[in-house]
Design a protein around this ligand. Structure first.
Ligand SMILES: [Fe+2]
Ligand SMILES: [Fe+2]
Length: 404
């Protein structure tokens, strides 16, 4: 009996049966409502020609919405920009979900190593399987759309592993990516053997999901508020069913990062340091916002070339000079789209502050979001102007070479 008691005490501080019941209930409800089969069915039936003339999102969720490009675009071009937002947005979500699948498993390994957390591990297993269905649905639409409209990849990418930068279109370099990969590998090993770090991953996941929840709720409403639901496009239906699954994932992030954490022994100074570094990393990932893509914290200079390719494609059919002039107006001046994007980041930050207040081991940099707070519309524009000058020089030169 003493042996049993001893092993129990060394693993967890105190099991809170109310919190465990909430975790079990969240898992049961998610399992009953599981949208994976429906998402697989939607992916199977997707045919771009069935929905090529439809918006897939509310109008504000269009690539380049509120910019000079949007103002001068035809109805057909606006429809493509609206669909392109869906493709760009869920390309980012695919990357985040590839990482989620992996860290769900390493965290479950850490938690399964101590007593009484089976239901948490079962929750994570279900969520990982759901993410695979989500990724499959997004990837099917994204690749078919880009093939049909541009004949090449713009935002989509071939399947990849979890050690690359989760944020696509980030302010990064080869050396930063290499360092990031090493950090992720180190964290994966540690979180699979330390339950606290396993739970801490859910604080990061919870933060990321908060912004996702704000945006994806609006995307899902495009179907739920549609008076003619039978006419909703398959991508809109995917947004809707995905959000239904993700509501449970958000709950489990919150339960694991706040409730389960309370049941574990307090972190060592080293574990607290690692945990705070993880949240600081999320602040850095969410430092930027985009003038042309609301709801994601993309680094605009990483979008210059892709946007140029879009404007030169048959959809917009601009010549070199027209494309450069238009991009300069969209990325380096103030417009409604930029203000909308800055506002959506502000809303996300307010929800982050509220959430982080519940976490006991955070330092001041994280509690006050002092990294994210340093960016502003003015700084954003200065950065875009500087980088756009460099981009313009580079693309003008390559255009000249091509002409010769
Ligand atoms: Fe998902
Ligand atoms: Fe999820």
């Amino acid at each position: 009996m003493d042996l049993i008691k001893e092993s129990f005490q060394s693993s967890a501080k105190k099991i809170d049966s109310t919190s465990m019941k909430r975790i079990e209930l969240n898992h049961t409800r998610n399992r009953i409502q599981d949208n994976s089969p429906e998402l697989d069915r939607l992916a199977l039936n997707f045919n771009y020609s069935d929905c090529r003339h439809q918006y897939w999102n509310p109008e504000q969720f269009s690539f380049f919405w509120g910019t000079p490009l949007w103002d001068q675009s035809s109805q057909h071009q606006r429809t493509i920009l609206n669909q392109l937002y869906w493709v760009a947005y869920y390309s980012q979500i695919i990357s985040a979900e590839i990482a989620t699948i992996f860290f769900n498993q390493t965290s479950a390994a850490g938690l399964y190593g101590i007593e009484d957390f089976r239901s948490v591990c079962d929750t994570l297993d279900l969520e990982s399987a759901q993410e695979r269905a989500h990724i499959h649905a997004f990837k099917t639409v994204n690749e078919a759309f880009e093939e049909e409209v541009f004949g090449k990849r713009i935002f989509s990418y071939p399947m990849r592993g979890p050690y690359v930068d989760t944020m696509i279109n980030a302010n990064t370099s080869r050396s930063k990516e290499f360092w990031r990969g090493l950090q992720l590998k180190g964290f994966a090993v540690m979180s699979s053997s330390r339950a606290f770090l396993g739970c801490q991953y859910f604080t990061v996941r919870g933060l990321r999901t908060l912004n996702g929840k704000i945006v994806q709720h609006k995307l899902s409403q495009f179907h739920s508020n549609n008076p003619q639901k039978d006419n909703s496009s398959i991508p809109s239906l995917i947004s809707y069913h995905h959000f239904l699954d993700e509501s449970f994932h958000f709950n489990s992030s919150l339960l694991i990062s706040v409730e389960v954490l309370k049941m574990l022994a307090p972190p060592t100074p080293f574990e607290s340091w690692i945990a705070n570094r993880g949240i600081e990393g999320s602040q850095k990932d969410h430092f930027n916002f985009s003038s042309v893509m609301t709801g994601l914290f993309w680094y605009d200079p990483a979008l210059f070339q892709k946007s140029y390719d879009i404007l030169r494609s048959p959809v917009f059919a601009m010549n070199h000079q027209e494309a450069v002039t238009m991009l300069e107006a969209c990325f380096t001046t103030e417009h409604e789209g930029l203000h909308q994007s800055a506002l959506s980041r502000q809303v996300a930050m307010e929800s982050y502050l509220d959430y982080l207040n519940k976490i006991p081991y955070l330092n001041k940099t994280n509690l006050g979001l002092s990294i994210m707070s340093k960016n502003s519309i003015q700084k954003h524009l200065e950065q875009n102007r500087k980088c756009f000058r460099e981009f313009k020089n580079k693309i003008n030169k390559s255009q000249l070479l091509y002409a010769n």
